[in-house]
Design a protein around this ligand. Sequence first.
Ligand SMILES: [Zn+2]
Length: 472
Amino acid sequence: MTPKGGKSADPENFSLCRLLRDIRRAGRERPEESALRREARLGRLIEHARSRSPYYRERYAALPREVRELRSLPPVTKRGLMENFDAWSTDRAVTWETAAAFVADPSRIGHLYLDRYVAFSTSGTTGTPAVLPHDRRAMSVYLALLLWRRLPTLVSAGAAVPFLSNRARTATIIATGGHFASSVVDARVRSVHPRLYGRNRTFSLMTPLPELVRALNGYRPAVVGSYPTALAVLAGEQAAGRLRIAPALVLSGAERLSPPLAERIASSFRCPVRDTYAASEFMGIAFDCRHGRLHVNADWVILEPVDAAGEPAAPGEASHTTLLTNLANFVSPLIRYDLGDSVTALPGPCPCGSPLPGIRPEGRRDEILRIEGPDGTTRPLLPLVLATVVEETPGVLKYQVVQAGPRRLRLRLEEAPGYVRAPVCAEVLRRLRAYLSSQGVDPASLELSEERPRGDSAGGKMRQFLVERNGP
Ligand SMILES: [Zn+2]
C-alpha cells in the first residue's frame, strides 16, 4: 500500500465517518464479535508486516505462513526497533537519518515527516530515545476514538453547560519544545482544523509558575488538560487562591493519576477530573468511564500484561510489563511491543456496562523500586501504591522517592504553600514506613533527604520514583 496518494489497498476504508460508525458498532457488540473484528485486523497487520517490513520478515521467518495467534509471535523492544529503524518500516523511504533529522528540528513540530507521516519522539527516560512514525489512518483512528469515546464524557460529566458558558475555551498545558506526542498533536490540530481549534490555547510548562497562573487567570478556560504532576501544582495554586479559574472539566493524561491526587484536583477546581491512558505508541489506549475505570480501546489496540517470563499476568495482578499491538498503524508496525508499563487487568464487568476491558496502569516498570527485606528477598514497591500513600497526606506539593541502595530509600519532598515542612515530612515518613512494614520491608530503610525533588533535563518532567545507586 502506498499512503502517498491517500488511497489504500487495505480492504478497510479509513474515512472518519466510516471509522465513527465502526467504533460505535464495536462498543455495542458481543465479545465473540469483537474478537472476530480484532482477529481480522491483526491478520492484516501481520500479513502487511511480513510482506513489507524486512525486520518482521526475518523475525517471523520460521513461523508458519498463516499466523493469527498473537502469542506465537516474538515480542519486540524499543531498542530493537530503533536499532533496525529502516528495516522495521514498511515504507523504504523511512530512514533513521531523515527521521532523526526531522525530530531534531523544532521548527517542524506539527509538520508531516516525508509529507505523509506524523512522527513522535520520546525523551528517552528509559535511556533509548525513539522516533515513532504513524500513518494517516492511524491518526484518523486516534481522532475517531477521541471523538466517539472521549468527547461525550463532557456531557456525561454534566460539564456541557458550564463548558459553553465559559465559551468553550480549552487550555492545554504541556511541555513544549520537542516533537513530543502532545505538542505534535496540538500543532497538527491547529494547522489542520484552525476553526475547531480557535478556542484552544496552549500553555508551556516551561513558563515560570506565577506567569502561568496569571495567563490562566486571564484566559478563564472551560477545560484544562495537562499531566497529573502539573495539575497537582495548579490545584495547589487554586487552593491557595492565586489561581482563580472555574473549569467545567479537567483532563489528565500521559502519566499515572493516583486516586487521591484525582480527588485533590477535583476538589480544588470543583469539577470532574477524567483520565486517559496514552502513549507515543498509541494515542488513546484507554479512557476512563464515570466509575473511574480505564477501558482499553480494544478494537484498535491489544494490551497483553505479562510477567517477567513473558507469560500472561493473572487478572488482578500487576504485570511485569505490557505488550502493545497497534492495529491501526501500518507504516512502522508495533506488534507485541514491550511498552515498559506495569498494568493490572481488572477482572469482571464494570457497572458502566462497557464491554471494553478494564485496566489499572501501575506505572513505568523502571519506576518499580525493589527493596531487600530482612530475609534477603526483594519486594517490588508499586508506583501507584507509593503515590497513593504519599499523596493522601495533606500538604505535599512535590515529592520523589529515590532508591539509593538495595535497602535504602530516600524521600525528597516539597511542601505546599501554607504548610510547615517538618510535620508534613514527619507524616509522610510515618505513612510510608507503615506501608513498608506491611510489605515486610524494614521501615528504617527510608530516610528523609534535605534535597528538594529534581526534574529531568529532558522534557522538564519529574519522575517520582527512581533509582540512583550511589551508596550501599
Ligand atoms: Zn466502566
